[in-house]
Write a protein that binds this ligand. Sequence first.
Ligand code: NAP
Length: 247
Amino acid sequence: MVENQEKNIQTKIAIVTGASRGIGAEIVKTLSKNNYTVVLNYNKSKNLAEKIANEFANVYTFKTDVSKYDEVQHLIDFTINKFGRIDLLVNNAGIDLIKPINDTSLEDFDNVLKTNLYSAFYSSKEASKYMINQKSGHIINISSIWGLIGASCEMAYSVSKAGLDAMTKSLAKELGLSNIRVNSIAPGIIETEMNSFLSEDEKNELYKEIPLGKMGSTNEVASCVLFLENNLYITGQILQVNGGWNM
Ligand code: NAP
């Protein structure tokens, strides 16, 4: 916790990657409304990121391509130099790739793994150094239902998300005695740009497989971040937010 001198209150310091839009943006807004100071990482969508920072208190933007280790180091250094600590790291940045394996190039596979999985290794490696010194911290990885059950023609994406869940469990065991918790949130299908390619007919077909018969909202994922933050005895878990899709 650090003192927010403008408001004279204690605030936790959070980093959310890939937060210019979609789920990440909603997580930033939720944390900001709940008295966190948030470093909002974006890559290409500078205008969207700045709009959020202008609207919400205690949100600072920082451009980083999370697939690059040196850029992630700068993101962590920026946060430490400005605020002196990291209480929460949300590894949310991600890209999808829908291609059969024979059309998936080595570059495609590399790009998905670097953006979705290596990125979380880079940020967790850098942030955990400070969390270990603090003797507190929380890392949340935004994985996916596809990491649990595999998606046809989304092998690289599914592998990256399964890797994130394995990272969650492994780091939860390694870092628990330093009072650092590590959890995953695995959404099903959530209303964001990532799914904007789906036609109404395709959506209706998908809804037939989901017991609640609809997509989730970004708020339904963001509220899980707060839930996990507030329950200090949960670690190493994969919280599924999917309308009952995977039962
Ligand atoms: P989205 O609307 O497509 O937004 C993706 C975000 O990731 C953007 O803010 C984008 O930032 C950022 N990003 C992409 N590549 C980046 C990079 N190299 N460096 C930094 N930021 C990068 O996606 P979303 O639906 O909100 O998904 C967020 C996370 O939830 C992803 O990890 C996704 O896999 C996961 N998820 C989503 C769903 C779903 O149905 N939507 C389901 C399960 C899991 P810029 O625009 O600034 O580049």
